[in-house]
Each structure stands twice: as C-alpha cells, then as structure tokens.
Write a protein that binds this ligand. Structure first.
Ligand code: NAP
Length: 333
C-alpha cells in the first residue's frame, strides 16, 4: 500500500489564467481501506476547459470549495480492494481529482465506471475520442441534425471535441469548415482529418476567409468558443440554421464573458440549443460503440497532447486557453 498521496488542492479562485499557488500541492497520508472501499492509482488526468469554470462558479456542478482536491476526470487502476465489485487490476474512469490515488467506494460508484480492456485501444482514448470529448461531439451532432450537403462550422476545431465534431460532420456528408488558432492546426484538420477548409482566426483577414469558405452560408454552428468567433459565424447563418452551444471558452478566463447578439437568432429564426454531456449518461455505451466502430474503420482519427507529471497540471490547464494543445490534452500522473 502506498503511504503518501500527492494532491493539488484549490487554494485561490483564479483571475484570468491560473497563477502559481492557485493549486496548492499537498502530501496527504493514504488512509487504510475500510470494508466496501477500493484504492485506485490515477494514471491519466483529463484536462478540460470546464475545470477553470469549476474553480470559480456554481454551474451544472457546484464550484470546488477552497481547500479541496481539484475536481478532474481521470483514468485509474485498482491496486487494493475491499469492495466486492472491484478487483486489483480493474480499470475505472470517473472524477478522480488531481491526485495520485483515489478511494472508490459505494457512494462513488455512480461517478466511476469500469473500463473494459479492448485490443489496440489505448487507456488515454477513454478520456478523449471514446470518452467525454467523443461523447460530447456525438450527442452535440445529434442535436445539430446534420443533412448531406449542409455547411457546418466548428470552432476550437483542432481541439479534443472540435476535431471529432468535424469528422462526424464529414461522415454525415456535410461541408465542414474548422476555425483554429495556428496554421499547423489548420493543416492537420484539412490534410489528415478531411475537413473541407480551415480558418486561422489569428490572421487579420480571417472573417473574409470565413466568408469565402462558406459561399452558401452556414447551416450548423457547433460553437466551442463564443465571443467574436461566434458573432462572425452567426452573421453567416442561413435561415433556420442550428446553433449547438457546446462551450464558450473565450469567456472562461474573463470576469465578464460578454454575450453574442441574439438579434441574429431572431432575424434568422435560428434554433439554438445548449447541452451538457452529463445529460446523456444513460446513452454513453450506445455512443461509445459507434465512436469505436468509426475509429476502427479509420473514419475517426485522433491526436493527444500529453503532459508528464501531476505537478504540471496547472500549466496544462492554462494550455487550453493559450492553444498549447492539439487534440485531447492529458496529464500523465
Ligand atoms: N457541453 C459539454 O458538455 C462540453 C463537454 C466537453 C467540452 N465542452 C466545451 O467544448 C469546448 C472545447 O473543449 P475541449 O475539451 O475539446 O478543449 P480543446 O478544444 O481541446 O482545447 C481548447 C482549445 O480552445 C481554443 N481556444 C482557447 N481560447 C480561445 C479563444 N479565446 N478563442 C478561440 N479559441 C480558443 C484553443 O485552440 P486554438 O489554438 O484553436 O485557439 C484550445 O486548444 C470548450 O468550450 C468546452 O467547455 C463542452
């Protein structure tokens, strides 16, 4: 049994990007297991933009209390068990938190799911393409109701969610345009993932390029960013288009995230729907099967950016807001 559990606890509610000390490293003793508990070693942590929101505000989950281990999804392996449902070597996924070890008990069972061993599927895929991001892309695209020949625009297009959204759009026969923050990311989504075009929003003429790439307007906005990008995309929407509000990352580090103009929603009679992936928990298996099949047949490609070391988690969270990741961002503990 390990004796020390390294943890990162929330010390301050960040303003802007995370500052040193917002997450405080602590060494906590590992308590002996009671009946009905299992101890899991956290192997990989999913680094998600929503973590920055959990640090400051009550939203679909309450804000993380000051002094508590920072909430995070992770992939872990059971190393000791006094729980009838878990055996040494079982692999689980759930809200592990930013720490080395997590106790899995009956109360936690709802948030932890056992992960099967599948040949040729990496452990990290269960955090990205077959995990939260793949599922988010899948159900978000279900809300979008794509039809063959329609134009889909997705923002944060070279990220974990956006890169899958665009590929699902192609599977449905859409013309897919991605918006991303570097020329390398744009080249990856067009050349490797099969998007029809990509726009680097850091180029001064990106709005003209977006117009040139969407000559027939936009039918679906899969919105991951918000702010100026959402405003520009909404301006090119066709009548009765669909806007899937998945995330608004450009506002997460700001005091006042601002609002897109709803005049366009009115004038263009758009259908706007927000969603939180947890609403679809009862259908995760169905979606994971489909995503797995697409991946097996080469219709879905994914990439991961892996940062080594629990102590780097704070820097890793900031990478999401400075565009330092391509595809799924993961911390290897
Ligand atoms: N609704 C749900 O249940 C749900 C679930 C998962 C994720 N999400 C949302 O989906 C979005 C993407 O999440 P993810 O986990 O897949 O992260 P990700 O796309 O892998 O990483 C975030 C990316 O966003 C881009 N970005 C950051 N700040 C930006 C800004 N100010 N303007 C434009 N682009 C910016 C960066 O890429 P560039 O280099 O391109 O700027 C960065 O790499 C987030 O908004 C997240 O909150 C929602």
């Amino acid at each position: 049994m390990p004796t020390i559990n390294r943890q990162l606890r929330l010390q301050n509610r960040p303003k802007g990007l995370l500052a040193p000390g917002d997450l405080q490293p602590v060494e906590d003793p590992v308590a002996p297991l009671s009946d009905g508990q299992a101890l899991a070693r956290v192997k990989y942590l999913s680094i998600d933009p929503t973590m920055r929101v959990w640090m400051v505000a009550d939203t679909y989950l309450p804000a993380v209390p000051i002094g508590e281990v920072m909430r995070a999804f992770g992939f872990a392996e059971i190393i000791e068990s006094r729980h009838p449902d878990y055996q040494k070597g079982d692999r689980v996924m759930g809200l592990t938190g930013l720490q080395d070890y997590v106790i899995v008990d009956s109360l936690d069972k709802r948030s932890f799911q056992k992960v099967p061993k599948i040949p040729f599927v990496s452990d990290t895929a269960f955090l990205g393409v077959l995990g939260i991001n793949g599922l988010t892309a899948f159900f978000g695209m279900e809300i979008a109701q794509p039809k063959k020949g329609e134009t889909l625009v997705v923002s944060a297009a070279a990220g974990a969610t956006g890169s899958i959204v665009g590929q699902i759009g192609k599977i449905h026969g859409c013309r897919v345009i991605g918006i991303a923050g570097t020329d390398e990311k744009c080249a990856w989504i067009v050349k490797d993932l099969g998007f029809d075009a990509a726009i680097n929003y850091k180029h001064p003429d990106w709005k003209e390029k977006l117009a040139a790439a969407t000559p027939n307007g936009i039918d679906i906005d899969f919105e991951n960013v918000g702010g100026e990008i959402m405003q520009a995309v909404l301006g090119r929407m066709n009548l009765f288009g669909r806007v899937v509000v998945c995330g608004l990352i450009s506002g997460y580090t700001k005091e006042d995230p601002g609002m897109a103009s709803f005049a366009t929603v009115l004038v263009k009679r758009l259908r706007v729907q927000g969603f939180i992936i947890l609403d679809y928990a009862s259908r995760f298996m169905e979606a994971a099967k489909q995503l797995g099949q697409w991946k097996m047949f080469g219709k879905l490609k994914d990439r991961e950016t892996i940062v080594e070391g629990l102590e780097k988690a704070s820097d890793a969270i900031n990478m999401l807001f400075t565009g330092g990741n391509t595809g799924k961002l993961i911390v290897k503990v």
